[in-house]
Design a binder for this molecule. Structure first.
Ligand code: NAD
Length: 332
């Protein structure tokens, strides 16, 4: 069986996913949701999408009556994920949301509950959870190859351009660098250490308050503490390039990845030497694996469901709270 996918939001990432799906064995682009008729026409031509599978933001609830679409993949700005997810769940369609799944944990919980109630899958576009070198480091960590892993460092950042883009609009983005790129260090710390944090501390720094308005973070450094005693020390920024690095240290060894979450190829090495794996476009593997999750009930090694998306949102909420309060925030 093939997973029949509609993409909602035909922007830069939606385009990347569409191109990557051309090489999928189990997922196929069959529909679109867009507010721009010219883009719809363009995608229809390019990907052979029939008119009956094209929707706009007013009428996409009608996907309910379309048996030819299994799942809608939301590649829209962050604030739209929740309201659109609720409408898709009500329409009885599976949902894939881009990261961050929502603006905060309260919204994320609503999405999870709505999809559970509707009996549809809610998955989050965590493409690294299917990346071969990442999975090998995670396998080695779980097998104890690095001993007791007590330290993780995550560096996530790039210099953001156009000051008018939605990523720098608090209403649409829900924050700044943390929502967009810092989330990779939050998520990475969790899968690299194989534990959930119990506290966070965080500090904010802003060099350009004109570009980064109130509620839009430019740079945040944050620390997470884990039940084993492990510590993560991370940086999220929109003010520096070349920041895409994970470092995991244990009592018997280490793993280092740089780039660790970019589109690849990922580079990874450990105290035992380099990790070599074929580079496959992340979104191609992701969509084939998500097809197996939805169609066959396959359980991925690192989860990509709504509960997983929610865990990151709980931590990000706590990081923002720690910045505001200027002190350690416990995570229940
Ligand atoms: P983008 O601006 O290139 O595309 C967003 C699309 O949403 C555009 O086509 C735009 O027209 C449409 N849209 C619909 N309603 C809108 C509204 N009210 N305001 C603004 N745009 C609206 O953004 P993008 O880079 O494609 O990011 C989209 C999502 O994908 C974000 O959640 C982002 O975090 C995520 N993303 C994930 C990855 C990844 O590697 N997993 C990479 C890039 C982006």
């Amino acid at each position: 069986k093939i997973l029949r996918v509609a993409i909602m939001g035909l922007g830069s990432y939606g385009t990347r996913v569409a191109e990557a799906m051309k090489d999928c064995k189990r997922a196929k682009l069959v529909g679109v949701v867009s507010g721009t008729p010219t883009k719809i026409a363009d995608w229809q031509n390019k990907y052979g999408i029939p008119a009956k599978n094209c929707y706009n933001y007013e009428n996409f609830d009608q996907v309910k009556d379309n048996p030819d679409i299994d799942v809608v993949y939301m590649t829209t700005p962050n604030s739209l994920h929740k309201p659109h997810c609720l409408r898709l769940a009500a329409a009885g369609k599976h949902v894939i949301s881009e990261k961050p799944m929502a603006l905060n944990a309260v919204e994320g919980r609503e999405m999870v509950d709505a999809c559970t109630k509707a009996g549809v899958h809610l998955l989050v576009g965590y493409r690294m959870h299917f990346e071969a070198k990442t999975l090998e480091v995670v396998r080695m960590q779980r097998a104890g190859d690095f001993g007791k892993t007590l330290f993780f460092q995550g560096l996530s950042g790039f210099i953001i351009g156009d000051p008018t883009q939605w990523r720098l609009n608090r209403e649409l983005a829900g924050g700044g660098s943390m929502m967009d790129i810092g989330i990779y260090s939050v998520n990475g710390a969790r899968y690299m250490l194989g534990e959930e944090p119990i506290w966070v501390t965080a500090q904010e720094s802003k060099t350009d308050p004109v570009k980064f308005k109130e509620g839009v973070d430019e740079t945040i450094t944050f620390q997470m503490g884990f039940p084993s005693g492990a510590i993560a020390s991370c940086l999220s920024t929109y003010a520096l390039n070349y920041l895409d690095k994970f470092f995991l240290n244990g009592t018997k060894g280490f793993a280092e990845m740089q780039p660790s979450t970019g589109y690849g190829p990922i580079k990874a090495w450990t105290n035992k030497g380099p990790i070599e794996r074929e580079h496959i476009t992340h979104q191609t593997t992701q969509m084939d694996e998500m097809a197996a999750i939805i169609l066959d009930g396959k359980k991925p090694v690192i989860p990509v469901d709504g509960e997983e998306g929610l865990k990151d949102l709980v931590i990000i909420d706590a990081i923002y709270e720690a910045v505001r309060a200027g002190k350690k925030v416990e995570i229940k």
